[in-house]
Design a protein around this ligand. Sequence first.
Ligand SMILES: [Mg+2]
Length: 259
Amino acid sequence: MDLRPLKTARDDLLLLDLDGTVIDIAPLPGEVWVDGSLKSVLHELFMRDPLGLVIVTGRSLSDADRMLTPIRLPAIASHGAEVRVAGTAAASTGALSIRYLKPALEAVLNPFVTCGAIVEWKPYSSAVHVRTAPELAGPVLEALRAFVERNRSYRVQPGPYVFEVLPAGVAKATAVSRLMQHLPYAGRRPVFIGDDCADHDAMREVERVGGTALKVAGEYFPISDSHFASTADVRAWLMSRAREETSGTASDCSRCISE
Ligand SMILES: [Mg+2]
């Protein structure tokens, strides 16, 4: 695909996944490293067009902010359970906290934890990582599917070496759909860049409304079907996009959206 037309597109809304898209995946989510140059590029893009960039991540808002500190960007976080974008007063969307489910879910997951699975508790979901024990993938998925059968307000989101239990109505695709109808973003052309299953649904939604979906090769999309071969390619593209035009605005983090 020729990406050059996107370089000069105005009024695009860049929707950007983090892990596996602009940041290399690490064995554990807490071990990822965000390079300072990536933060600078994201900040530059935001400064040039504050309505042109929204992070879309499964990480919690506080975790995304921690990773990107000192910059703070508009974000759809926790797969859509937290939304901090222009024109919204509160980040929480009212989704149920995972803490109500924690005791019952822990009882299901504890046997897998003793065998090497790693459970990450987020505000609205629980992610079970099996990257270091891939033989557990099948049994964990089976157990979680049985669990959400008994707890119909939740669903399982499978990903590469991770299975996440989250509220049934929460999904990146749903949040992106709402964003595209939300002023002041409505009317913008969405361009979603992502790398995994949860992103794929959001990408279909973006294409449905006339936007563009760009795939990053990795554990979900094969390289033959992707627009970017690696996260490094995405970072290079973002950098070229940031350098394309200069707006003359000073680099001032205080203009970034605050809570
Ligand atoms: Mg990802």
